[in-house]
Design a protein around this ligand. Structure first.
Ligand SMILES: [Zn+2]
Length: 185
């Protein structure tokens, strides 16, 4: 019996303690930013969670230990999946770009991180448009036209650029129509 118990412990304790230590750095880095100090912080938080789980379930029944381990592991992966699904737009609370409709503007008048345009008088003149309306319309057509085939005016929901992901604002309304866009083909 003693033998059996320690065998269970030898599986459960490492799983319960190591999973949060492995997952912690990933979660903390995806919430804040990449960097050694965040990885270390995540590892420490993971270690504390693992240690706490061990402390609470130690000397309890085998069932309690198993349930605690299952809870810790499934919570870790749940949080990992949630945090890695967050886009730049969510993480940095970015504003919606009028031209492309992605939440990719760090602030008003800044350059959009998706379409790389800034909606300013200066940029409008640089591109030789006579007014903002024309600027928005033409650049919307351009942006949508040069994207791949899967691209529609309102999609894709998430725009991938290198390792970064941006969300489309579901409330954004383009000034051009899909028919106008299709007629460019
Ligand atoms: Zn944009």
């Amino acid at each position: 019996m003693e033998q059996k118990k320690s065998k269970l412990d030898s599986i459960i304790i490492p799983v319960m303690m190591i999973t949060p230590i492995i997952v912690g750095p990933e979660v903390v880095q995806s919430i804040f930013e990449k960097g050694m100090q965040y990885a270390v912080m995540g590892g420490l938080i993971g270690g504390l969670i693992g240690g706490l789980a061990f402390y609470l379930s130690n000397k309890k029944s085998n069932l309690t230990k198993i349930l605690t381990a299952v809870f810790v592991v499934s919570s870790c992966f749940g949080i990992l999946i949630y945090s890695s699904s967050r886009t730049e737009s969510d993480k940095r609370n970015l504003m919606t770009c009028i031209i492309c409709g992605y939440k990719a503007l760090p602030k008003e008048g800044a350059e959009c991180e998706v379409c790389e345009l800034s909606l300013t008088e200066e940029e409008m003149l640089d591109y030789e448009y006579s007014n903002m309306k024309e600027f928005i319309r033409e650049e919307q057509l351009d942006f949508s036209y040069f994207e791949d085939d899967e691209f529609t005016l309102n999609g894709p929901e998430v725009y991938k650029y290198d390792n970064l992901r941006y969300s489309k604002d579901p409330h954004w309304k383009p000034v051009i129509s899909q028919a106008q866009l299709d007629s460019l083909d």
